[in-house]
Design a protein around this ligand. Structure first.
Ligand SMILES: [Zn+2]
Length: 259
């Protein structure tokens, strides 16, 4: 079984000591390609540097997370754009809106998000999107950009209304270990409505440890090698085989990111 982890924060400090082993374990678990999420200018630069050491296995994104958007400015967005032009960088983002925690004021989140949408429109690389408790504004903003490239709403944890709106808009859906969390069991119902040609899987490690693991790692850190647990849960929800989910999501991710 071959899988692609489309969202892994490998430059997060929790991976600083053992990234090489993490990548090896992932490959042994069938996770043959990974897209390293960039969440700030510095982090996107580090991500690019890292993925160049694992050509053909690791790819990266270039973006400023809504949490960090308060520190964004035109100069920073210019660097995000430059990075996004590199061939190993396969998406613009992560970017979007997070009104759940509002670590940055909503108006600054919106400015930063629009900046990314402009870059993506110009260079036509896919968008890696984040949305939490901001569905309405998110849809209004993306609707103002008629020539957006394709986009994936990563770590989807919204409701059916949001899911339908994203699918209708042509977006892809990224599902993490959140679907394995009994406290978010509504996602197990929703995931059935995602067509297989729009579905991708991700760990969002070090976060979102899948709750369906037999044994949790001592450090409670999620990593790409645990992606099969996400695939397993989706397969159960959809009444399909794990192989079928792995194959379909791999094909979608390869085409989506051109990897
Ligand atoms: Zn996110």
């Amino acid at each position: 079984m071959k899988m692609i982890d489309i969202g892994i924060n490998l430059v997060n400090k929790r991976f600083s000591q053992d990234v090489d082993e993490v990548v090896k374990r992932a490959i042994n678990a069938g996770v043959t390609k990974m897209v390293v999420t960039g969440v700030s200018v510095e982090n996107s630069q580090k991500a690019l540097k890292l993925v160049r050491q694992y050509k053909g296995t690791l790819y990266s994104t270039s973006g400023i997370h809504p949490h960090d958007s308060k520190s964004s400015n035109p100069q920073q967005l210019a660097i995000i754009r430059e990075l996004a032009l590199e061939k190993e960088v396969v998406a613009v983002g992560e970017c979007g809106l997070d009104f759940n925690r509002n670590y940055s004021p909503p108006n600054m989140q919106e400015e930063c998000f629009k900046g990314h949408l402009e870059i993506a429109t110009e260079i036509q690389k896919p968008l890696f999107l984040h949305e939490r408790d901001a569905h309405k504004r998110f849809m209004e903003i993306v609707s103002d950009f008629p020539n957006l490239p394709k986009g994936v709403v990563h770590c989807f944890t919204g409701n059916t209304i949001a899911l339908k709106a994203y699918l209708n808009h042509g977006f892809y859906i990224g599902i993490t270990g959140a679907v394995c969390n009994p406290k978010m069991s509504y996602l197990q119902e929703f995931v059935k409505y995602v067509p297989l040609d729009r579905l991708m899987v991700e760990t969002d490690g070090p976060f979102m440890l899948p709750k369906n693991m037999e044994r949790f790692p001592k450090n409670r850190r999620n990593e790409p090698a645990f992606l099969p647990y996400v695939v397993k849960m989706i397969a159960q929800c959809m009444g399909k085989s794990e192989k079928e989910i792995a194959e379909a999501t791999t094909k979608v991710a390869e085409e989506f990111f051109g990897i």
